[in-house]
Unconditional design. Structure first.
Length: 347
């Protein structure tokens, strides 16, 4: 005799059917996600027509006359620290097995800000030796945005976004650290330094610092301070753990090789809120500032290629391209390196 369903069996069957459908949907979603991830990985491994050629090889910080950067050309070497001769920056690039989101190097010391794997993804700052081998790693509490090494290679600085991901608006928070490779001292947060504004101690809960650039004496540095909706160029001293404001409306300073000028991005009146900056150069002795020929908004900490030329990143077809412009204010910008960011020059 066939058993008949009781009133309590029907809801149970409905729940089981719903559960089976849910499991099937989740399985389908997982399959689609896996296929898409595989497609993206395969796309990354395929070089695109017209992109610069990159091949794996040895890259060191002791080769003079080389430009190093984060390679953004699609292919197996994307995101890796790569190098080209300064005399042939558009030629094939050599890539080391070192993936970085931000990179800088000087005098045989490198810093690589990179993502970490694991169950809970994160980021870290990795110190590199002259052969780009990891020396020491520091967990960082946010998304990498700036990195700098002092001219001597002794001091290393990095900045991360703790919240927010753009300097264009005001809703962000940063954390900036400085590490002394010789003494082993880590200044984990510049917000712990004393700030002097107009000769008086300035205290505020909204202090944010970024864009450190070092002087040659391995004690003095410059950086950006944001507070009260404004930005300032600050001069800092590691020995006294102090900073003093020098000038308003200065972001991402970069000190010239001779220590007399600072390149920076400045917010200009009438510009779009999403693209508000123009590159300028400030003469620290006279206080005179000059707008540069690059009129596009540059959201980067420019690098002095030499006393006469700045390098900086602008959005490109595959992430970013490196451009150059004269520091004297004349001339015209030109493409320096396609599909590249985070430059450094070996002496």
């Amino acid at each position: 005799m066939r058993a008949s369903l009781t009133p309590t069996d029907a809801p149970l069957r409905a729940r089981l059917l719903a559960l089976a459908l849910a499991v099937a949907v989740l399985a389908a979603v997982a399959v689609v996600a896996t296929v898409r991830a595989a497609d993206r990985a395969a796309e990354k491994d395929r070089a695109q027509p017209g992109e610069p050629a990159a091949h794996a090889g040895e890259v060191t910080l002791r080769q003079p006359g080389r430009l190093l950067f984060r390679n953004l050309a699609w292919g197996p070497q994307r995101d890796r620290v790569s190098a080209v001769p300064l005399t042939a920056t558009s030629g094939p690039r050599t890539s080391a097995p070192r993936d970085c989101l931000r990179f800088h190097a000087a005098a045989g010391t490198g810093v690589c800000l990179r993502a970490t794997g694991g169950v809970v993804p994160g980021h870290e700052a990795v110190l590199l030796d002259a052969r780009l081998r990891p020396v020491r790693a520091f967990p960082v509490p946010g998304t990498p945005t700036r990195a700098r090494v002092s001219p001597s290679g002794r001091l290393v600085a990095w900045t991360v976004f703790v919240s927010g991901d753009s300097y264009a608006g005001g809703a962000f928070s940063t954390r900036t650290a400085v590490y002394d490779t010789r003494g082993g001292t880590l200044h984990s947060d510049l917000e712990r330094f004393a700030v002097l504004k107009d000769g008086r101690r300035h205290r505020a809960a909204d202090h944010n610092f970024w864009g450190v650039t070092f002087a040659a004496d391995d004690s003095r540095f410059y950086a950006t301070l944001a507070t009260g909706g404004r930005t300032y160029l600050v001069a800092g001293d590691l020995a006294s753990r102090t900073m003093r404001t020098l000038r308003e409306n200065v972001e991402c300073p970069s000190l010239s090789p001779d220590g007399t000028r600072v390149a920076f991005k400045k917010r200009v009146a009438g510009a779009s809120a999403d693209a508000p900056w123009r590159l300028h150069v400030l003469d620290l002795r006279t206080g005179r500032e000059s707008a540069l020929a690059e009129r596009r908004s540059v959201d980067d900490q420019a690098l002095w290629l030499d006393d006469r030329t700045l390098l900086y990143a602008l959005p490109g077809d595959f992430g970013a391209d490196l451009w150059s412009t004269p520091t004297a204010g004349g001339g015209a910008p030109r493409m320096a390196v396609r599909s590249a960011a985070s430059p450094a020059v070996t002496g």
